[in-house]
Design a protein. Structure first.
Length: 432
């Protein structure tokens, strides 16, 4: 080999290396703060009809058949939390049919969701933003829509020419979808091109948080595939609602399938407990005489943590979320719906129960309605939130915390009901 040839090859190699490095650095920066919420191996952390959803070659597959046609749209629901302000990135490939990605949505049970959806369709209609089981189409491709307090929709701008926007989508191939939700505004992008945007101000409809889910649609047999699903909690959301989106320190406490990680206490007032079981992604605690509960069997932090869950009262008239939790080397219980159904407070603070101490407040809970509960314990404070509203803030300094003897079987962490049937879902722990 001549010296000239060798020098030429070295120059080419150096040029290629510099070119690759020039493009690698921005990609790494773009992914900063994102957390993978699909492990590429199985559906751990996700919940859906196993007849419809599977994993093959690192890809989630949603598939329907002519032999067993769907009667309603069905969803694969992520059980890692209910994100509020976030950026979601994923890759999808629609082989045929109709699909979509749900965000800030409600889990109606039996793998059915209602709420915002970035529709996945054929090229002619791709870029449509929809609201499942509610207001229908909110925006079509290219539209920047504002929905006012009365529900009136107004197109306030254009994101580009329709023909040019359609070119961003590669029909039948892998595409990347990005959904950015910040405050009342949600933007949908495909392959880096913004296709539509909504800003929703309508009370009773505009959602500030909710589940993420993937859809298979009624109709002819279909196949949709998803991979490389990543989620980022946006900085301003982290300050307002730290647990709303996933982080590397978020741990699912309930897998949506069974009681893995939980024990059913049998002592004291739990001796005549009700049935505890899982159905359609929901953990049920039937009425006990007087108590039914679950105790976490894994490790649990003593401070600087946050717990989030959704719960509802199904029957009875007393507390349906009695959450016992560590406070340093002590413990305390957050009562919701106690003393006949309306008392919210901590038991015990300075040896006074939730109806007596300074944390006591009142709230009316409707039966069979989901509520979001969030407990935050730091070195300085205990904070409790219901549906994002702070209901308790108690300084730890100079207060003594304890639990009733009846609650001790679910220490260090657990949830109990009193003469009441309850249900739990979207149950997570986050270390702060």
């Amino acid at each position: 080999m001549s010296r000239t040839t060798s020098s030429l090859r070295l120059a080419i190699l150096l040029a290629v290396t510099l070119y690759a490095n020039a493009f690698a650095l921005p990609a790494a920066e773009t992914e900063s703060g994102f957390v993978a919420i699909f492990n590429g191996k199985n559906l751990d952390g996700w919940d859906g009809n196993p007849k419809l959803w599977s994993v093959k070659d690192g890809v989630i597959r949603g598939e329907t058949s002519a032999d067993d046609p769907l009667k309603a749209n069905s969803f694969l629901i992520w059980r890692g939390g209910t994100p509020a302000d976030f950026e979601l990135r994923l890759e999808f490939r629609l082989r045929n049919g109709n699909s979509g990605v749900q965000v800030r949505s409600r889990d109606l049970g039996n793998w059915v969701c209602a709420g915002y959806q970035a529709d996945i369709l054929e090229a002619k209609r791709m870029g449509l933003f929809y609201e499942e089981r509610k207001r229908g189409i909110l925006a079509t491709r290219g539209q920047d829509v504002v929905i006012d307090e009365k529900g009136n929709k107004k197109v306030v701008g254009s994101l580009g020419e329709d023909a040019e926007l359609q070119k961003a989508f590669k029909e039948g191939e892998w595409n990347e979808m990005t959904i950015i939700a910040r405050g009342p505004t949600i933007t949908e992008k495909v392959n880096g091109v913004a296709l539509c945007r909504i800003t929703d101000h309508q009370p009773g409809f505009a959602a500030t948080s909710g589940v993420l889910a993937l859809q298979v649609h009624v109709g002819p047999p279909m196949l949709v595939e998803f991979k490389n699903i990543r989620l980022k909690n946006l900085a301003d959301a982290a300050a307002a609602q730290p647990s709303a989106a996933a982080s590397a320190d978020t741990i699912p406490l309930f897998n949506g399938k069974d009681l893995t990680g939980w024990a059913i206490p049998e002592k004291y007032d739990f001796a005549s407990h009700g049935k505890v079981y899982v159905k359609d992604g929901v953990l049920y605690l039937e009425e006990g005489a007087p108590m039914t509960g679950i105790q976490w069997t894994g490790d649990f932090p003593k401070t600087n943590y946050e717990v989030s869950l959704e719960a509802m009262r199904i029957s009875g008239g007393d507390f349906f979320v009695g959450m016992t939790f560590p406070v340093g080397d002590s413990h305390c219980t957050w009562i919701n719906g106690g003393w006949g159904g309306s008392v919210v407070g901590l038991s015990n603070v300075d040896e006074m129960n939730a109806s007596e101490n300074m944390t006591s407040t009142g709230m009316s809970f409707e039966d069979k309605k989901w509520y979001r509960f969030r407990l935050r314990v730091t070195d300085d404070l205990i904070q409790c939130f219901i549906d994002d509203a702070k209901v308790i803030e108690c300084e730890r300094k100079e207060h003594r915390f304890s639990v009733w003897e009846e609650q001790s079987p679910i220490k260090p962490f657990g949830v109990a009901t009193w003469h009441t049937g309850g249900a739990i879902r979207s149950f997570t722990l986050k270390k702060l």
